[in-house]
Ligand binder design. Structure first.
Ligand code: SAM
Length: 284
């Protein structure tokens, strides 16, 4: 009898992955097979092949990115700030071990350097090898990998980046600090004067207080702040928020033209405009 982690069940000879969201909701995916399964010093890392979503990156039993729709999240967390900035050269990504955000960032010719700060090297290696549809086997020379805690890394940086992307996992374990006021303050210092930061800010349906709290912190620290949304089918509720903060750049999409040769599957000019249009209950 094979030993699986608690989120994998064998039912009538079939494998299922069950993600438990906050103890209130369970979502199960039928699997074809488990491709990779290892415990790193940080978390349990799995890459599985599922019937509906293709390959999926699963950290501690939580789905992070998939073949079928990983591009939605990665395009939205990257192209919104990079489009608003217009001429970013230096980009920092904190987290983002699936490499999808870095892969999107290097689609801009004006981007000359991307620092990818991921606490867990094994996530990057597993995704490069087993999740190429998301990671693109990322080998662009502009991307430099730093296997460190993002909180420590940012404390040493001042006035250096045009865009900072906080592509964290949920606020548990080492990612908790990536949602704190003191961390956002360091992000502000690490940005240049016309710099832009963005973070994934969880579910507007199930974590309203958290979404509001993140927005309040960013609004307090930055000159301009806004929340935008996208549909990410494998995140609880399918409806996801991102929060953006800028030091001087107004957050308006009216005069923004996205790079004309940008190859995407989800993001486009109309999505850039509409993602800032929020439902009544999400207005902050
Ligand atoms: N798209 C995903 C989502 O929202 O569910 C998250 C992308 S990515 C897989 C999140 C990464 O953040 C993980 O690989 C994790 O190892 C990394 N991470 C968590 N805490 C971190 C920290 N303090 N510093 C750097 N990376 C961190």
């Amino acid at each position: 009898m094979k030993q699986y982690p608690e989120w994998i069940q064998e039912v009538n000879g079939e494998l299922w992955l069950t993600e438990n969201d906050r103890g209130n909701m369970q979502v199960s995916y039928r699997l074809k097979k488990i491709i990779f399964s290892k415990e790193s010093s940080i978390q349990h890392i799995m890459i599985v092949d599922s019937y509906d979503f293709g390959r999926m990156l699963v950290l501690d039993g939580v789905v992070q990115s998939t073949d079928r729709e990983g591009h939605i999240y990665n395009e939205m967390i990257t192209h919104v700030p990079l489009s608003l900035h217009q001429h970013a050269k230096k980009v920092l990504i904190i987290g983002g071990g699936d490499c999808g955000a870095a892969r999107e960032a290097v689609k801009y010719k004006h981007v000359t350097a991307v620092d990818m700060v991921e606490i867990d090297e094994m996530v990057v290696q597993a995704c490069k090898e087993h999740l190429p549809s998301v990671s693109g086997n990322l080998a662009d020379e502009r991307v430099q990998f730093h296997y460190r805690d993002g909180v420590q890394f940012i404390a040493e940086k001042r006035n250096e980046y045009d865009v900072i992307i906080i592509d964290s996992s949920d606020p548990v374990g080492p990612a908790i600090q990536l949602f704190e006021y003191g961390f956002y303050e360091q992000i502000k210092y690490a940005l240049k004067d016309d710099g832009i930061m963005v973070c994934q800010s969880q579910s507007p349906l199930f974590q309203q207080e958290l979404v509001k709290g993140i927005y309040e912190k960013i609004k307090d620290l930055f000159t301009h702040a806004a929340v935008y949304q996208a549909t990410v089918p494998t995140y609880p509720g399918g409806f996801w928020s991102f929060t953006i903060g800028t030091k001087t750049t107004p957050i308006t999409t009216e005069h923004i033209q996205i790079q004309d040769d940008l190859q995407t599957n989800y993001f486009n000019q109309n999505i850039l405009r509409s993602c800032f249009m929020l439902p009544e209950a999400m207005k902050l």
